[in-house]
Design a protein around this ligand. Sequence first.
Ligand SMILES: Nc1ncnc2c1ncn2[C@@H]1O[C@H](COP(=O)(O)OP(=O)(O)O)[C@@H](O)[C@H]1O
Ligand SMILES: [Mg+2]
Length: 246
Amino acid sequence: MASEPLLELDSVEAGYGRAALVLRGLTVRVPPATIVCLVGPNGAGKSTALKVASGLLKPRSGRIRVNGRDVTGEGPRRMLATHGVAHVLQGHSVFPEMTVAENVAAGAYTVRDKAFVARRTDFVKELFPVVAERWKSLAGLLSGGQQKQVEFARSLMVDPSVVLLDEPSMGLDPKTAGTVFDQVVRMRDAGTAVLLVEQNARRALEIADIGCVLDLGKVHIEGPAGDLLANPDLADLYLGGSARAY
Ligand SMILES: Nc1ncnc2c1ncn2[C@@H]1O[C@H](COP(=O)(O)OP(=O)(O)O)[C@@H](O)[C@H]1O
Ligand SMILES: [Mg+2]
């Protein structure tokens, strides 16, 4: 039996202002210690789904649950600090004029327990060696891939139950993207559930456990990521060419 999801978006409808709905009955479940990858064309609503999951955007209907608890309508601060849903946004969000140490510490700004913060700091430095190596550097001096790992480390400071990653490989060369994907696997292996959105669908499905193809605001196909990769129709439609030609 599949384990109870840690995070569940259930029949979510959401959009921006008076414009047409972007999410039209989206259902996604993220089990514990699992990488679930959302793929789909530009504008399909992938980033919008993550915004709803982290409380940045309120759904018009449907439910959000964390560990079976209904958290629909809660804002981003409570979603992070109380329910353990951390969101690493699309693009770069390090503070360039601050050190790596300060950037990582910023992830724990809601946490009062100093011993907890110290333990988490040791944990993320071990998980992301480059973060430890560049600890005293200004974050703006790091490469794009290194900055992404600083963002990952920051997101793990509260010991989240699930991390939402929006296009972490964007703008990175293939080798650096590979390192970043390896780090996503390490986060999962360390026990964090991951909801991953990627343009680089093939690479993302290669590291994911479960894949969901999103189109026009709802999930069209869902299954073990390996099955999605092996499906030639899907490859043609969404992965930039058939697996046979790869
Ligand atoms: N802040 C916003 N205000 C208005 N429309 C938006 C906003 N963000 C995204 N949209 C629209 O919502 C749709 C889905 O966008 P998004 O979730 O960013 O797609 P994806 O991440 O899959 O590329 C697009 O049509 C986009 O133009
Ligand atoms: Mg997006």
